[in-house]
Design a binder for this molecule. Sequence first.
Ligand SMILES: [Zn+2]
Ligand SMILES: [Zn+2]
Length: 173
Amino acid sequence: MEIKVADIPAEGLEIELLEAAEGIESLGADTRLSSSVKAGFALRKVGATVYLAGWFEAVLELACSRCGKAFLHDAASELKLDLNPLESAATEEERELQPGDLEVEFYKNGVIETAEFLREQLLLQVPMKPLCKDDCKGLCQYCGQDLNEGQCGCEPPAGHPGLAGLKDLLKDK
Ligand SMILES: [Zn+2]
Ligand SMILES: [Zn+2]
């Protein structure tokens, strides 16, 4: 959905929206949207700046960083930020070095693209090292078995490899 900044009335605007997963561009290789994104915004305009307060929620499908299994992750957050016209930030550098960094976003050509805006907010909710559960045991480094489903037959390597060689030597005598 597109919100034209010029159409935000003086008394502000409150909207609820549902952005279909298909309408949101890829979130990256191991991240998939597995629901629509629900959101509610209260918008107030002062000059060219739009103050946005609200919330959003969605379900993401992530890949566990230990066992590789896909799992569902509830991504939800409150929002409170200022949206400024992109044209007002003279240089790329200025755009990136805004005070209070995360709380400033930009809109282009007088329009807030909610799909793109929500995509950026969702990306902030993707954990650096996603885990299917806090104590995920991961995969056996030798045979690749999922250790959450039980132990495999692999023996942990016993002691120093040099000792095994020594044992062979002794056996020969
Ligand atoms: Zn896992
Ligand atoms: Zn194993």
